[in-house]
Design a protein around this ligand. Structure first.
Ligand code: FPP
Length: 242
């Protein structure tokens, strides 16, 4: 089965650059090529959602020249890729705590979201200034604010939580890929990845290309997703939890 939503923790840019004696930013720039390659693959194979963990809440703690270099790279990539998004019918979205993101980056993001908003092919989502805990907290806080006076009768449930999360309307990831040999989720989509299949590879992100994505999808397609049910129930068509 082809996954509807693939998400990638793009890791290993710094190590890739170090291996060839270059600055970390050189690795991030090379990583932008891998983004392009994966988008192309996703378009060619009819993947509906491709999301990328580009910059975490914790990444704000990196050296300031690396942070500003990444923000400039984001603007450069948006400017360069917008015509490609239009040509390939890609809808671009960015999710995260934009209150911390420099204004010029946010305005380029909003402009690109607007320009590509009616495209109906691949939805490309960039998670920027994002963390899973931030997402859950903003959801709970908004829920409490909007429902003041209705407690304690009013309860939070899973459907309500989904509506308040920043990913509302986007299906939960079927496949999460993390590159560079690290095997953790690093405060990414904590709620949304409850039943996601994980695929870890030693390949560093700047080396990750279409064939690596194809291999991850091939491994995914052989997995049996049981959602807490038995294998026999799944074979009989008793559906999973999402
Ligand atoms: C993790 O590698 C990577 C990042 C924090 C940045 C990812 C950004 C890009 C690939 C830039 C292009 C993105 C878009 C959406 C155009 P790391 O720096 O943690 O690597 P290390 O673990 O080897 O140090």
């Amino acid at each position: 089965m082809i996954p509807k939503h693939i998400t990638i923790i793009m890791d290993g840019n710094g190590r890739w650059a170090k291996k060839i004696g270059k600055e970390r930013l050189f690795g991030h720039q090379a990583g932008a090529e891998s983004v392009r390659s994966c988008c192309e693959y996703a378009v060619e194979h009819g993947i509906e959602y491709l999301s990328l963990f580009a910059f975490s809440e914790e990444n704000w703690g990196r050296p300031s020249d690396e942070v500003s270099g990444l923000m400039s790279l984001m603007i450069k990539s948006i400017i360069e890729e917008q015509p490609v998004f239009m040509k390939n019918n890609i809808r671009f979205r960015a999710i995260g705590d934009m209150s911390r993101v420099p204004e010029d980056v946010v305005s380029h993001i909003r402009e690109c979201e607007k320009a590509t908003g009616s495209n109906t092919g691949l939805t490309l989502i960039v998670f920027l200034s994002y963390s899973g805990k931030w997402d859950i907290l903003q959801a709970v806080n908004r829920f409490v604010e909007e429902n003041a006076g209705k407690f304690p009768e009013m309860k939070m449930d899973a459907d309500t939580m989904n509506r308040y999360l920043s990913t509302y309307g986007i299906p939960e990831p079927d496949l999460l890929i993390r590159t560079s040999g690290e095997m953790r989720i690093s405060n990414y989509m904590l709620w949304q990845c409850a039943y996601t299949e994980f695929y870890f590879t030693d390949v560093l992100w700047p080396d990750f290309r279409k064939e690596n994505l194809a291999e991850a999808i091939s491994v995914f397609s052989k997995r049996e997703r049981r959602y807490g049910k038995t294998g026999d129930q799944i074979k009989c068509g008793i559906s999973g939890s999402n």
